[in-house]
Design a protein around this ligand. Structure first.
Ligand SMILES: NC(=O)c1ccc[n+]([C@@H]2O[C@H](COP(=O)([O-])OP(=O)(O)OC[C@H]3O[C@@H](n4cnc5c(N)ncnc54)[C@H](O)[C@@H]3O)[C@@H](O)[C@H]2O)c1
Length: 324
């Protein structure tokens, strides 16, 4: 999609962080905006600010993990503007960070996977038919993460790998049909947002009934990572990059190359049959680079990225001193 002016963009998670910046940037391109968020005060503020700047915007309170709510979002977008051209499936949460993956409860999984992955399924399923229906150029943006292309180390990373896989699949399906609709998997690195305050919007029915053993450690990780993100790239810079990625019809949109080593390392390990080095811990036997890692023997008991900050946050390994 080259021309933005007059077209309609739906942005989820528009009350804060990157979604707020995308709504702003798209509006500055002359787009009409449908801002969606589950947090009503933040959503109202975003809509009021954009309106005050003279932009055309409506706000729709939406829970992206609920298919009916996403359906309602689409209905309201069409009622307001008649068409949708761009859907940014952007809302997300840091999710479960409270211990090893086997200790996560159903509620931890349902919250994290619901907001980070099912939301994208619902967004694609609901908005693609609308975008295709008018025959005009359009675009789907799914906010993945740099953790989608590096070795995942927590539930967040699992969901972002799934978002990447879905977007690559979507891209191929769109190309095969020759329609003027693109797809981008946006992979931000460290961006100064409220991501690690995500629990603020965790619904009561998906909170654990009693505090789990890892809850305190989880809160500490969130605080640490929130402080790290504050040093990151601005959401406005990401929005600038996103507009360029849509114009260029880029599937993969990485915000920076600070993570290249980790990307290469992961694929090198996979191709070489080499076990990953888990922050500072001795490499397991199969991690000797001889390509012989097969079956269960390859995973030693050392590889539980869980107990330390290596599994924290948006990123994975922090052993190299980079915020992640
Ligand atoms: N900040 C980073 O460093 C970083 C890096 C990589 C990827 N991301 C991804 O960027 C996206 C945007 O997050 P952000 O960093 O701007 O964080 P943010 O917390 O500032 O914004 C996320 C927004 O999503 C909303 N939200 C949460 N649950 C929702 C739900 N169920 N339904 C609707 N809205 C909901 C929140 O209210 C918030 O406004 C997320 O998908 C996140 O995973 C962030």
């Amino acid at each position: 999609m080259k021309d933005f002016s007059g077209r309609v963009a739906v942005v989820t998670g528009a009350g804060s962080g990157m979604g707020r910046a995308f709504a702003q940037r798209f509006a500055e391109e002359g787009m009409r905006i449908v801002a969606a968020d589950v947090q009503v005060d933040a959503l109202d503020r975003a809509v009021a600010e954009l309106t005050a700047d003279g932009h055309q915007v409506i706000g729709v309170r939406t829970d992206v993990s609920d298919p009916d709510s996403v359906r309602d979002l689409a209905d309201q977008a069409v009622a307001a503007y008649g068409k949708v051209h761009v859907i940014c499936n952007n809302a997300g949460v840091e999710g479960y960070l409270d211990g090893p993956i086997w200790e996560a409860t159903d509620r931890d999984w349902n919250w994290t996977v619901g907001v980070n992955f099912w939301s994208v399924v619902y967004g694609v399923r609901t908005f693609l038919p609308l975008i295709l229906s008018h025959g005009e150029p359009g675009h789907v943006v799914n906010t993945a993460s740099m953790t989608a292309v590096t070795r995942p180390a927590n539930m967040y990373g699992i969901t972002k790998h799934a978002v990447m896989a879905l977007t690559e699949t979507l891209y191929a399906d769109l190309r095969a049909r020759g329609v003027p609709v693109g797809a981008t998997a946006l992979c931000p690195g460290i961006i100064a947002t409220n991501l690690f305050l995500g629990s603020r919007n965790r619904p009561a029915q998906l909170r654990n009934e009693t505090e789990t053993p890892g809850a305190v450690a989880g809160r500490e990780k969130r605080d640490l990572m929130h402080a790290r993100l504050a040093e990151g790239m601005s959401p406005a810079q990401v929005a600038e990059q996103l507009v360029a990625a849509i114009r260029a019809d880029r599937l993969y949109a990485l915000t920076d190359h600070d993570w290249d080593d980790r990307v290469s390392e992961r694929f090198g390990n996979i191709l070489g049959g080499v076990n990953p080095i888990i922050d500072g811990l001795p490499q397991s036997q199969a991690g000797n680079g001889n390509g012989s890692a097969t079956g269960d023997e390859s995973s030693s008991g050392n590889e539980s990225a869980s107990g330390d900050e290596s599994s924290s946050g948006d990123g994975s390994s922090t052993g190299n001193g980079k915020a992640s």
